[in-house]
Design a protein around this ligand. Structure first.
Ligand SMILES: *Cc1c(COP(=O)(O)O)cnc(C)c1O
Length: 389
């Protein structure tokens, strides 16, 4: 531990293996995982289809670079095109890189369309887009920017959900709008009714690209491949990652034909979309797009939502409210209780969750959970809640 840069303050738990929705420590303790590596392990652990895909590919070739054709990328890109708004896909290794590609696309799109003066991107307060210099500036949160001045001066933020503020923030330098359809780190805030449609109208009116950060809320997390589908809106650019590789580091930036402005020499990645990653990505995609899979996510999301509402009702001095979409849920604690302490309490009882902004506990279980897992999580929540009343 001591040689590590202390960028995290991890709990003392170290896991040795996982099976389904459970993780196990070396000394055999079992934990119900409603964190899923922060919405990454969407099919849980040791999923036979994923393990087989990875092992089979491991025996063939791991990496060749993008100097050679990649059948795995071509296949997964085509599957995305068939299943979404997209016409073009760029593969990378993480969420931040998927956003970086989107931000470069915003500038080049405007340049190619005769507006080199348009380079600014308007996003939302409490957003999270990654930890690179550009993505911390895009999110604009003080806690992310502290220590890293000067901030890249190309981003503006307005209140999430407020169309008037968005409209008022547009200038002749604005290139794009960048929004998480469901804010994750910021505290599990789904877009209010009509918000994404309103953003589409504004983007069209001013000639801006509408870009969604679906790194966390995409890949089936909300019960559709992408969360923006619930609003029936067609974006220009979507960045995704987390669940895409189910635990293998993968990201993707998807665009329409018109926004597919990156050509030879404009952008690149050494590892992005390598054969090992694409074998796993295609395997994850196989499962997500199976008949009934998203319906299952939606159904489990409803059950989890009902369970969390029952907690808020039963322990009004502990919980403030619950919000979210699909299997991306948050429960906000009363101010007197710190979410990280409550999370530690859950952990001691065998339940893993993630903290989020606004004193929220974030529940991001593997999408394969069943009713019994939700019941088990609920009972652990009750045990810990009782210790606070
Ligand atoms: C996690 C996340 C990112 C950053 O992804 P990394 O893989 O950590 O770079 C960006 N946007 C959102 C919405 C995220 O949840």
């Amino acid at each position: 531990m001591s040689a590590l840069m202390p960028t995290y303050a991890p709990s003392d738990l170290a896991f040795e293996k996982g099976e389904g929705v459970y993780l196990y420590t070396a000394d055999g303790r079992r934990f119900l995982d409603f964190c899923a590596g922060i919405a990454v392990s969407c099919l849980g652990y040791n999923h036979p289809h994923m393990v087989k895909a990875l092992k089979d590919q491991a025996d063939k070739v791991w990496h060749v670079s993008n100097l050679y054709r990649s059948p795995g990328q071509e296949r997964l890109a085509q599957r995305f095109v068939e299943a979404s708004f997209a016409d073009r896909v760029f593969f990378c290794n993480s969420g931040a890189e998927a956003l970086e590609a989107a931000l470069k696309i915003a500038r080049k799109y405007q340049r190619d369309n005769g507006h080199p003066e348009r380079f600014r991107v308007i996003g939302c307060e409490n957003a999270f887009h990654g930890r690179t210099l550009a993505t911390i500036a895009a999110a604009g949160q003080a806690k992310l920017l502290e220590g890293f001045a000067p901030v890249i001066d190309a981003f503006d933020q307005v209140a999430h959900g407020n169309l008037n503020e968005m409209r008022a923030a547009i200038t002749d330098k604005t290139a794009a709008i960048l929004v998480e359809p469901v804010q994750g780190e910021g505290g599990l805030r789904p877009a209010p009714e009509g918000y994404l449609q309103g953003l589409r109208e504004i983007a069209d009116e001013f000639g801006l690209l509408l870009m969604f950060d679906e790194v966390q809320c995409g890949m089936g997390r909300t019960g559709k491949l992408f969360a923006h589908e619930w609003a029936g809106v067609i974006p220009d650019v979507v960045s995704t990652a987390k669940g895409l590789g189910g635990g293998f580091p993968l990201g993707a930036c998807l665009t329409t034909e018109a926004a597919g402005v990156l050509g030879v020499g404009n952008h690149g990645t050494t590892y992005g979309g390598n054969p090992l990653g694409m074998a796993v990505g295609n395997a994850v995609f196989d499962i997500l797009t199976q008949d009934g899979f998203f319906e299952h996510v939606t159904q489990m999301g409803k059950v989890l939502d009902a369970a969390l509402h029952s907690l808020v009702e039963k322990y009004p001095t502990v919980f403030d409210e619950t919000r979210g979409l699909g299997l991306m849920r948050g429960i906000k604690l009363k101010d007197a209780i710190v979410n990280r302490d409550f999370k530690a309490g859950l952990e001691a009882e065998g339940l893993l969750v993630a903290p989020a902004g606004d004193n929220v506990i974030r529940l991001l279980p593997p999408l394969i959970i069943q009713d019994a897992h939700i019941a088990e999580a609920l009972s652990i929540f009750e045990t810990v809640a009782q210790s606070y009343v």
